[in-house]
Design a protein. Sequence first.
Length: 254
Amino acid sequence: MSEDGTKFSITDLGVSYNNLPALSGISFDVPGKRVTALIGPSGCGKSTFLRTLNRMNELIPGARTRGRVMMDDQDIYAPEVDPVMLRKRVGMVFQRPNPFPMTVYDNVAFGPRIHGLRDRGLLDHIVESSLKAAVLWEEVRHRLHRPALDLSGGQQQRLVIARLLAVEPEVLLMDEPASSLDPISAAHLEELIRELKQAYTVIIVTHNLQQAARVSDHTAFFLSGELIEFNLTSRLFTHASDRRTEDYITGRFG
């Protein structure tokens, strides 16, 4: 992180798809080792913004990004930055759990193996510590060599998080990670998110305003491809500085 605790510093960020603007003029700083929630109605640019932080928009034909995204004082769009290595540092959790069709153990060990780790003892340690960090170890310790797809939806989502933690990221991007989960699994995931911020920067897209209020330290409100307001969650939800933010939070639209 930079000396002021900033993980990302975004300046005049814009994204278009086939010359149609999706984001424009986005400028704000994302604090490190905090949970930042991105809220706003469908189609407002939240997920597009999230993907700018690990350059995943580059995988979409016709996408174009302009502006500057600094991570720890480095421009992540500089020519010398390897997008693959960036995505190791900045992991992504999607709406629906996407475990690989292999065992629980092999899911978590996948990343370290890809990066060349072969020592079984060290792999065992990484798998156990990652599953513990994802609050899943006690539930799967006796079924490590069974198919990951046999797990419940909530367990699969925590397994995906463990898989990310195994490659030692700095940032976790979460795109509506609880949207497909039942209320109990979603509550477990929210508890995990609050714990993860002790060691990681977490940025979460959510349509659930109550969830944003419960888990996040800061909130950014997007509307029609623009950042309307960014503030401490407690401040934004109780004393919004823009009428549009207040209207959205109180359910007048969205």
